[in-house]
Design a protein around this ligand. Sequence first.
Ligand code: ATP
Length: 452
Amino acid sequence: MKVETSTSFSICIIEDDPWYGQLLQYQLSLNPDYRVSLFASGREFFDTVQEQPDVVTIDFALPDISGDKLLQRLQERFPQLPVIVISAQNKITTAVELLKLGATDYLIKDEYTKELLWNAILKIKENSSLKRQVKQLERQLQEKYNFSNLLKGNSPAIRATFALMERASQTPVNVSITGETGTGKELVAKAIHMNSERQKEPFVAVNMAAIPSELVESELFGHEKGAFTGAIGRKIGKFEEANGGTLFLDEIGELPAGLQAKLLRVLQERELQRVGGNQKIKLNVRLITATHKNLATEVQQGNLREDLYYRLIGLPIALPPLRERSHDIVFLAKHFLDEFCREYQKPNLKISPAAQQKLLTYNYPGNVRELKTAIELAAVLSNDGEIQPGDILFTPPAAPKSFLAEERTLREYTYVIIRHHLDKYSNNVPLVAQKLDVGRSTIYKMIQEGQL
Ligand SMILES: Nc1ncnc2c1ncn2[C@@H]1O[C@H](COP(=O)(O)OP(=O)(O)OP(=O)(O)O)[C@@H](O)[C@H]1O
């Protein structure tokens, strides 16, 4: 027999007294959400029920099996099953024993049993629906943070990134992410955290480039009251905030040289002292760093300590610039367009072939962030069902102030250009003359005249 479990709440009553059993069945069936089945013995229940019901009530004194044994068999068969024991005995020790064994409730057979049973089942129902909701929310959250839900892409490069992220989520190793601005470094860090066993703990992101260098130490490690002028109270640093979870240090290449030794010590010893404090605080933080710089070059140039480099590098993940993953451009554009149409409650827009061509020929210095912004604007600008090339406007980054903006004579411009090249090629006049296609004597003459 299959007790109906899908849409309704299924209750099984095991009671050998047919009159009493039917009384309980009648009473509970008054709730139209309940499907109530009656069994005269433990054996009849086990012979017929295959799927776990939502709750079982058992008579303590059945002819074929004692209450405690039946409870144990039910628990072996359905480990999560709530079981209510109904007994004619009002011996406290029996009740305590059964509750210890895992019974959800113990009711005495008297004139209040029906009401008490009604309430006990209501509580179990509420509890199980809450548990179901929590499970569903957890599933939704998990889906939301699935790598391929968070990070969109169709290129071999992004697929290779998924594989690395998978590995990074399964181990607590440090991760270092490199990539130009807007390639999705923070998104990758967050996705790793959300898929790791630390997902319920904090994810704290800090952009090192955005903190004035004199404040970095207290921002990362915290400070005690009075540690320095202006430290009016105790401050918890980002490491402590992230304790138990993940700390994402963006633009790690900007970490001031003076703090590199302290960071290394904190990572090695897994404990820190707040600025101006002497208490040692234990840390359990997973570190993910990101940079658009090449850290190995930073080490060679003496900007980053080698020992810190080896600590940080852990599992490296390199995100290629968008212009090198042409497979992703239209794919991402369509994804963002769908998102913006939903957000702006516009009917679904398409991208015309000519607009796709325009997207594919641009070089995206701002990478995915720039594509996303351009698509948002296109979604707003478009007034037919299709994005046209004219709807796609790329805003180039502010160019360095052009020297053409300054008013000079042609001769003065010539000096500026030659001087720039002499600086660039270490005053190598023959090389500069060759590069600019002018006579060497012209350059020597200008030098002699003191114009350069
Ligand atoms: N593969 C992707 N799929 C979906 N959205 C993406 C993807 N890559 C980047 N984005 C989006 O692009 C924007 C920039 O991403 P993110 O901030 O992670 O880049 P970043 O490399 O950390 O940038 P920066 O170096 O400037 O801090 C965000 O809105 C992010 O959601």
